[in-house]
Design a protein around this ligand. Structure first.
Ligand code: G4P
Length: 523
C-alpha cells in the first residue's frame, strides 16, 4: 500500500507559471496541455480567455474532456509524470491569491517576453519564489519575433533578480532570421524549420554540425558558436544543487506560439524539477510526503460566483498521506471533525483516480464556511499545524461604508466573510474606526462590491484612496501625533498599527523625521 503511494508521490510535479501579463503564460500552458493530451486543439485555452467561446460552450467542452482547463489547477500526465499546473491569475485579477498559490507549489516556471525582459509583475512573483527557496526555471518566449540580445537578457535576470543563470539552449538567430536552437544541454541543434530532414542535428566534439548541412554555411551559425563558446567559458556551471535551492535558474529559449522549444523545455524541466517536498509545522517538525497520516493546508478559497449558491471551494495542497474521498479529517483551528465527501479534483483524461490523491496534488473541497486560508487539516490523532502563510502588503486602498446605515449587520457580516477569503485585507482607521480595504489588484474591489450587493444584500459606497505604501510600526514606538496629512494611521485585523503613506517621498520624510522608529512591511 505504502509502496504504491510512494510510486505515485514520486511522479508528482506541481508548479506555477510566473510572468507579467502578455508574456505568453496562457499560450505556453496550452502547449503543455496539448503535450499532455488534455486539449486537442490549439486555441482552446486562449479562446476562453479572449471570450471567443461563450461560457456555456466552454462548460460543454470541459464536460466532454473531463477536465476543467479554466480552473485554477490543471493536471495532466507526461513522460510518466503527473503534472499539476497551478494558475496564478495575472492582469487585473492579480491578488493575494496569486501570491499564495506560490506557497502550494514545489517549483516555478518564469516566462519572459524576449523583447521586454523582466517586467514588474514577474519581479514581484519571483521574489516570493526566492523567499521560499524553490527551484525556478526560465522560459524566454517569443523568439519568432525580434527581441533583445540573449546575453543582455541573461544579464538582466542576474542583475535585477539576483539569481544565477545557466542557458540550457541558445537561439540561432531570432525573428524572421530564427534558424533554431543550439541545444547546449542535449548537445544538438534543434532546427526551426526542419525541411526534409530531421528536426535535430548532432553536434560533434568541436560543437559543430555536419558541413553538408545548409545551416553550416550561414554566418549566423558561426556567430552562435562563438557566443556559446563565450558563455561556456565565462558563464556559470550547471549545478543541480544550485537549481534545487533556487540559486541558479536554467534558462530556455523558444516560442510558445509556434510551439518551438516548448517540448524540449518540458522534458528538461521534468528532469530537474523536484517532486513534492516536506512542509514545516509551527511545532518545528517536518511533515514529509510519505508520512502515512494524511495532511494538507488551505491556500486559496474561491467563491462560487453563482449568487444562488453561497458555497465556496477551499483549495487544499496535500502534504502527506493519501486523500480518500469520504475520509474524516480534523480541522486543526477548531478541532472539528469533517467528512470529506464533497471534493473535486482537477484531473487529466482519466477519471478513475478521482477519489484519491497524494502529496503534491491539489483537491478542491466544497465549503459552506468551515475553512479559512492557512487552515491545516489532517487525519489521525497527531495534532499539528502547518506554518502560517505569509501576509502580503496590499498596494491599493478604498474607504468603504454601507449605503444604508440601518443595514450595519449584513455589512459587517459580508465584510468579515469576504475578508476571510483573503483576496482583500481589512483595516480600521485609528481615530474614526472607519473601514479601509486594501488589495493587491483593483479587480478585488469590484468583486467585493458585487458580492456585497448580491450575496449579502448590502450596498456599499467605495471611495478610492489610490495606491499607498503600507508600513507596520511597533505599537510601543507609536505616537498618534506621527499621523500627518501625508499618511493615514490604521490598524489591521489583529489590531496592529500601520501607516499608509501617500508615496515614497512621504515614507522617506517620515523615516528622516523619526530615525529610531522601525517600519516594516509584509512580503
Ligand atoms: P499571458 O497569458 O501571459 O497574458 O499571455 P498570452 O499567452 O495570452 O499571450 C499574449 C500575446 O502574446 C498573445 O497575442 C499571444 O498570441 C502572443 N504570444 C504568446 N507567445 C508568443 C510567441 O511565442 N510568439 C509571438 N509572436 N507571440 C506570442 P495577442 O495578440 O494578445 O492575442 P491573440 O489575438 O494572438 O490571441
Amino acid at each position: 500500500m505504502l509502496d504504491t503511494i510512494k510510486t505515485k508521490v514520486e511522479t508528482r510535479r506541481t508548479f506555477a507559471i510566473i510572468s507579467h501579463p502578455d508574456a505568453g503564460k496562457t499560450t505556453i500552458t496550452e502547449q503543455l496541455l496539448l503535450f499532455g493530451g488534455v486539449v486537442r486543439e490549439a486555441g482552446t485555452v486562449k479562446g476562453r480567455k479572449s471570450g471567443k467561446f461563450a461560457t456555456s460552450d466552454w462548460m460543454e467542452i470541459e464536460k466532454k474532456r473531463g477536465i476543467s482547463v479554466t480552473s485554477s489547477v490543471m493536471q495532466f500526465d507526461y513522460d510518466g509524470k503527473r503534472i499539476n499546473i497551478l494558475d496564478t491569475p495575472g492582469h487585473e485579477d492579480f491578488s493575494e491569491d496569486t501570491y499564495r498559490t506560490l506557497m502550494a507549489v514545489d517549483s516555478a516556471v518564469m516566462v519572459i517576453d524576449s523583447a521586454k525582459g523582466i517586467e514588474p509583475q514577474t519581479k514581484k512573483l519571483f521574489q516570493i519564489c526566492k523567499m521560499r527557496g524553490i527551484p525556478i526555471f526560465t522560459f524566454i518566449n517569443k523568439l519568432d519575433r525580434d527581441g533583445r540580445e540573449p546575453l543582455d537578457l541573461l544579464g538582466e535576470i542576474e542583475d535585477v533578480l539576483g539569481i544565477e543563470t545557466y542557458p540550457m539552449n541558445w537561439p540561432i538567430g531570432m525573428g524572421k532570421g530564427l534558424k533554431g536552437l543550439f541545444d547546449i544541454y542535449n548537445n544538438r541543434v534543434e532546427l526551426f524549420r526542419k525541411g526534409e530532414g530531421s528536426r535535430y542535428l548532432k553536434l560533434n566534439d568541436s560543437n559543430d554540425i555536419d558541413p553538408e548541412e545548409p545551416l553550416h554555411s550561414d554566418s549566423i551559425w558561426q556567430d552562435t558558436r562563438d557566443e556559446v563558446e563565450l558563455i561556456q567559458s565565462a558563464g556559470n556551471e550547471l549545478s543541480e544543487e544550485k537549481v534545487a535551492s533556487g540559486e541558479l535558474t536554467p534558462v530556455f529559449f523558444g516560442s510558445a506560439l509556434v510551439n518551438f522549444g516548448v517540448e524540449t523545455f518540458l522534458k528538461a524541466y521534468l528532469e530537474f524539477a523536484p517532486g513534492p517536498t516536506a512542509h514545516k509545522t509551527r511545532e518545528g517538525q517536518l511533515v514529509t510526503p510519505l508520512d502515512e497520516q494524511f495532511s494538507g493546508f488551505v491556500f486559496k478559497i474561491q467563491a462560487n460566483m453563482n449568487p444562488n449558491h453561497r458555497d465556496r471551494i477551499a483549495f487544499v495542497r496535500i502534504c502527506s498521506g493519501e486523500f480518500d474521498r469520504g475520509m474524516d479529517v480534523t480541522l486543526e483551528r477548531n478541532q472539528k471533525v469533517l467528512r470529506l465527501n464533497n471534493s473535486t479534483q482537477f484531473m487529466a483524461e482519466e477519471r478513475e483516480n478521482v477519489d484519491r490523491a497524494v502529496a503534491g496534488d491539489i483537491i478542491g473541497l466544497y465549503d459552506t464556511g468551515n475553512f479559512q486560508i492557512g487552515d491545516t487539516i489532517y487525519s489521525g490523532n497527531d495534532d499539528f499545524q502547518f506554518e502560517e502563510l505569509p501576509q502580503f502588503t496590499p498596494e491599493l486602498f478604498v474607504r468603504v461604508t454601507p449605503k444604508n446605515v440601518m443595514k450595519q449587520k449584513s455589512f459587517h457580516k459580508g465584510i468579515e466573510q469576504l475578508v476571510q477569503e483573503g483576496a482583500i485585507q481589512l483595516f480600521r482607521s485609528y481615530t474614526s474606526n472607519e473601514y479601509v480595504l486594501g488589495a493587491v489588484g483593483q479587480l478585488q474591489f469590484e468583486v467585493f462590491q458585487f458580492r456585497m450587493e448580491n450575496e449579502y444584500h448590502s450596498d456599499v459606497i467605495m471611495e478610492t484612496m489610490g495606491s499607498k505604501i503600507a508600513r507596520w510600526i511597533d505599537p510601543d514606538q507609536l505616537d498618534e501625533n506621527m499621523a500627518s496629512s501625508r499618511n493615514l494611521l490604521v490598524k489591521d485585523r489583529d489590531g496592529q498599527p500601520l501607516f499608509l503613506f501617500e508615496n515614497q517621498f512621504a515614507e522617506n520624510w517620515f523615516t528622516q523625521k523619526y530615525p529610531n522608529v522601525k517600519l516594516t512591511s509584509k512580503l
